[in-house]
Ligand binder design. Structure first.
Ligand code: HEC
Length: 162
């Protein structure tokens, strides 16, 4: 009886160790996955909001001051969110498959300028926030800098599709 109990204890312990190890690995993966989801969703929110402003600038969507203002306010707010946890080690194109991420390893270099690129977007979207509700010409005057700020970070730090 005692032997069986000891055997059972050993089994349970082995199981506990195995599941702890597994939980640890799963946790690391989950942390990276959560960061991928968050940063890519954040990017989608940029795209959703700039999509309306770009559509208005091109004349594809009727200009509406309130809607333009709201989208520009969203963009400016999004740009200001702390994004430091979006970029954990182990989440670049070197670590993951192309369908998981397009984030280039240069982001993690010591001389990475990703912070400056993020700041450029903060400035451009703040200008857009002031401009968007003041008429179509005003919106058009501000959209270029916002688009350039997106591209200014994508060019060095995002794997292009082509
Ligand atoms: C500070 C750098 C930076 C700025 C600024 C930036 N992006 Fe990105 N963006 C990235 C990186 C890096 C990726 C790749 C992320 C990944 O795949 O994990 C990305 C990916 C994306 C994606 C694809 C998201 C997905 O679902 O995979 C979209 C859409 C996007 N960005 C739109 C924008 C728009 C619109 C702006 C400007 C309003 C912008 N980004 C500004 C760095 C930036």
């Amino acid at each position: 009886m005692k032997k069986t109990f000891a055997g059972l204890t050993a089994l349970v312990l082995a199981g506990a160790v195995a599941s702890t190890t597994f939980a640890h690995l799963a946790h690391a993966d989950t942390a990276v996955e959560a960061a991928l989801k968050a940063r890519q969703s954040h990017m989608q929110l940029y795209a959703f909001n700039i999509g309306l402003l770009g559509g208005m600038a091109k004349g594809e969507i009727d200009y509406n001051a309130d809607a333009a203002s709201a989208a520009a306010t969203n963009l400016a707010a999004l740009a200001k969110l702390d994004q430091s946890r979006y970029w954990p080690e182990g989440s670049s194109t070197l670590d993951l498959s192309p369908d998981q991420t397009a984030a280039l390893p240069d982001i993690w270099d010591d001389d990475s300028e990703i912070g400056a690129k993020a700041m450029a977007l903060v400035e451009a979207t703040a200008a857009m926030e002031s401009a968007a509700g003041n008429g179509l010409d005003s919106l058009r005057g501000a959209i270029g800098a916002v688009g350039e700020s997106c591209g200014g970070c994508h060019k060095p730090y995002r794997q292009s599709d082509d």
